[in-house]
Ligand binder design. Sequence first.
Ligand code: SAH
Length: 290
Amino acid sequence: MGAIRNVCRSGTALAAAWVAAAAAVPTLSSTISPSPPAPRPVMCLFGVPPAKPADEAAPAPAPEQPAPPGSSERADERAAMVERQLARHDRRAPITNKAVLDAMRAVPRHAFVPPNVRSRAYDDTPLPIGHGQTISQPYIVALMTQLLELAPEAKPKVLEIGTGSGYQAAVLAHLTPDVYSIEIIDALARRADGDLQAQGYERVKRRSGDGYHGWAEKGPFDAIIVTCASGHLPPPLWAQLKPGGRIVIPIGGPYEVQRLVLLTKQPDGTRRSRTITSVRFVPMTREPKR
Ligand code: SAH
C-alpha cells in the first residue's frame, strides 16, 4: 500500500499521486486504521510536579451537544443502523471511533430528510432531499467523519462544504462545538437551518453561498469536509486549513464514480494524499442558485 501514501509538493505531483493511488486499488480494510494513542508525557522524576501555567494546561473538555429532541424517536432503528451498517459489516471496514458511533446513534436522521423518504431514514442508502441533491448513506457520513480524526477535547474548528439536509453538520456538532457549514442552494439552506434549530444544533454556524471559496473570515480550520464532488481540490480550502489539518473530499467528475480522498497538511505545509474508496457524490456547482 506504499503507493497510496505520497507526499506531494505540487498540483502535478498530486495528480500523479492520485493516479498511483487509484492503480493501487486500496481496500477499506487496509487503508483505514485508528491512530495509536499519544504517549503520556513524563511529568517529573522526583517529588511533586510544579503546577503547570494555565496556557500549558490540558484543554478543558468541550461541553457536550445536548441530546436532540428527535433522538427519543426511532432509537431502536438507529441502534440497529449503527450495529449492522457501521460497527460490523462483512464487506466494509468497520467504523471504530466510539465518539463517531455515539454521534450516529444520537442524531435523528429522520428529522433531516423530507417526509416522503422518512420511513427509509435508517436504511443503508443515500436518499433524495429535493432540488436534485442527496443525503449520503449513513456509512459514508460516519466514514468521512472518522477520517477527520477530531479530538473533541481540543474543540477543533470544522468547515463543511455542502450543508444539504444539515445531517452531516449535526453529526459533527456532537464532536466539536465549532462547526461551520456552507450551502449553495438557498431553499435547502433554509430548510437545514430550520431542522438544525428544531433539533437544538445551535453550535452549527451556517452560511449560504459558493463553498469553493471556503469561509476565510472564520478560518483557519482544523478539518474540512466536502460533501459534493469536485474535479480538483479548491485552492482556498487548502489555504484555510491549519498545518496538521485534514480535508476529506470526493474528487472526480460530475456523475462519475469519484475517489474519496484524504489530504493532510504536514507541519511544513506540504500535502499528503490518500485515496480511501470509490464514492458517488452530487457535483460541486459554482453559481449560487435561487
Ligand atoms: N452533507 C449533506 C449532503 C450534501 S449533498 C447532508 O448531510 O445532507 C451536497 C450538497 O452540496 C448539496 O446540498 C449541494 O447543493 C451542495 N453544494 C454543491 N455545490 C456547492 C458549493 N459550491 N458550495 C456549497 N454547497 C454546494
